[in-house]
Write a protein that binds this ligand. Structure first.
Ligand code: BGC
Length: 458
């Protein structure tokens, strides 16, 4: 389930960055405007510290009270992970216990041939042991990757849609009830026993193989993080007092709704205004895969409109929103050919630009790099803020990450680690490891029979 960082590097494209000083500019104005864009997208260490301090303040506020910008949503109970292999079925009880870390207890069962082909069976857990019983409904864990204010292990209400979703009539409703009703209507014998955010799933999935895991993060279409918090540091927690630790779904994509500290450019503001959720999820809009291509497109349009690239020619494709995909950015970042051949292909063959010059392509590559690097550094600040808040970076600690941006964007992982070191020093670099929790976000599915709390809340 978890792949160490070294292995991942093998399959991923390496990044080749352009130095703005190495570009032969076509005129002074071009140089001036491009260097101004470089300035707007470059985050100094000082700025990163300012953002980090603000982020930590937001964490404290969200832990104290509901309704704050960082929702800091408490998760419930202990979790069961189910791993159905070809021969064995492994059930792992993930406990948020004692020592500041997740501990796991697992039991292995040989899968009965009758079970493999027979009707669905349910899994149950009780206080003392994990048992497999026959039953009429499958207990299912439901990964719902949106901000949900949880009221119990399988109950909650959608606070707001994110990531371009805007289906009507859902905000304020319980996604579990909606899903359960759909199953019931179709007589599907499934009971939704647990509701998990993808970050929480990622944390649990990664902890399965790396017991020192303290944080789960998504860098994909959207972005967000979950971490393990001491209950006595959660003033708003009114649940059972025997719980000493709790996973917090931070919903950090919502950070800085107040626009107090994020260095939003006109290109970000343009994207925000045209999005389905204006003035929401501003941090997410600077980091997540859904938006990076669109920010890049906005910068390129600015340069085109000023006739500073492509001879002022525009491809009609680029006039449409969302046409510059974040996947193109990965290929352009990785382009190490002297003529920027791969960049040329994307611009001319995919986006239908008339023939481009090397200067055009260098500038496109530079813009891509600026947008991508800023995203990774902002993501790094979030990680550094959490690590500093918990103090976990002073000991060996692991961060499980899932999402296409992390998986495929060249050197996103290196930029994250560099940023953590820049913020927290060499000790953090030595102690903190990050890795891909593959399909961590599908853990609601992969941890499919994730069951309710030991008290049987549902
Ligand atoms: C949602 C989070 C989710 C994240 C990553 C955000 O837009 O609000 O709940 O964890 O995307 O999928």
């Amino acid at each position: 389930m978890a792949t160490p960082i070294a292995a991942k590097h093998v399959e991923k494209l390496a990044r080749h960055r352009i130095d703005p000083n190495d570009i032969t500019y076509t005129c002074d104005t071009q140089k001036e405007v491009v260097l101004d864009i470089v300035r707007q997208f470059t985050l100094s260490t000082e700025k990163l510290h300012e953002i980090k301090a603000n982020f930590q303040e937001g964490m404290r506020k969200g832990l104290a009270k509901d309704g704050e910008t960082l929702a800091m949503i408490t998760s419930f109970g202990s979790f069961l992970a189910l791993d159905v292999g070809g021969t064995n079925l492994r059930v792992v009880n993930v406990l948020l216990g004692g020592s500041g870390q997740i501990s796991t207890r697992q039991a292995k069962y040989k899968i009965d041939e009758a079970l493999k082909v027979g009707p669905a069976k349910a899994l149950f857990v009780d206080e003392h042991q994990i048992r497999v019983h026959g039953g009429s409904a499958i207990q299912m864990g439901f990964t719902f990757s949106f901000p949900v204010l949880q009221t119990s292990i399988n109950r909650g209400t959608l606070i707001t849609w994110t990531k371009g979703f805007n289906a009507s009539g859902m905000v304020g409703k319980d996604p579990v009830i909606m899903l359960q009703d759909a199953f019931n209507r179709r007589h599907v014998p499934v009971q939704v026993a647990a509701l998990v955010n993808d970050t929480v799933g990622t944390l649990l999935a990664y902890a399965y193989n790396n017991p020192e895991t303290a944080i789960g993060v998504i860098f994909g279409t959207g972005t967000n993080g979950a971490y393990i918090e001491q209950v006595d540091r959660i003033p708003k927690w009114r649940g059972p007092s025997q719980e000493r630790e709790m996973i917090i779904n931070m919903e950090f994509g919502a950070f800085d709704k107040e626009r107090a500290v994020l260095p939003l450019t006109m290109f970000d503001n343009k994207l925000d205004r045209k999005s389905v959720n204006p003035s929401k999820q501003l941090f997410e809009k600077m980091i997540a895969g859904m938006y990076l291509g669109e920010i890049t497109r906005n910068v390129l349009l600015h340069l085109i409109d000023r006739r500073l690239v492509f001879n002022g020619n525009i491809s009609s494709d680029l006039n449409q929103m969302w046409t510059f995909e974040t996947a193109y950015m990965s290929a352009i970042e990785a382009d190490s050919t002297p003529t920027l051949h791969h960049t040329k292909k994307i611009l001319e063959a995919t986006l239908n630009f008339p023939p481009t010059s090397l200067n055009d392509r260098q500038i496109v590559k530079l813009v891509v790099e600026l947008v991508g690097r800023r995203a990774a550094r902002l993501g790094g600040v979030a990680l550094a803020a959490i690590l500093d808040h918990t103090g976990d970076y002073t000991q060996k600690t692991a961060i499980g990450i899932d999402g296409s941006l992390y998986e495929f964007y060249p050197s996103f992982d290196t930029d994250l680690l560099d940023c953590i070191e820049e913020m927290l020093g060499a000790e953090a670099r030595q102690n903190v490891s990050i890795g891909l929790a593959q399909d961590g976000s599908g853990v609601g599915a992969a941890l499919c029979a994730l069951l309710a709390s030991r008290n049987g809340d549902h």
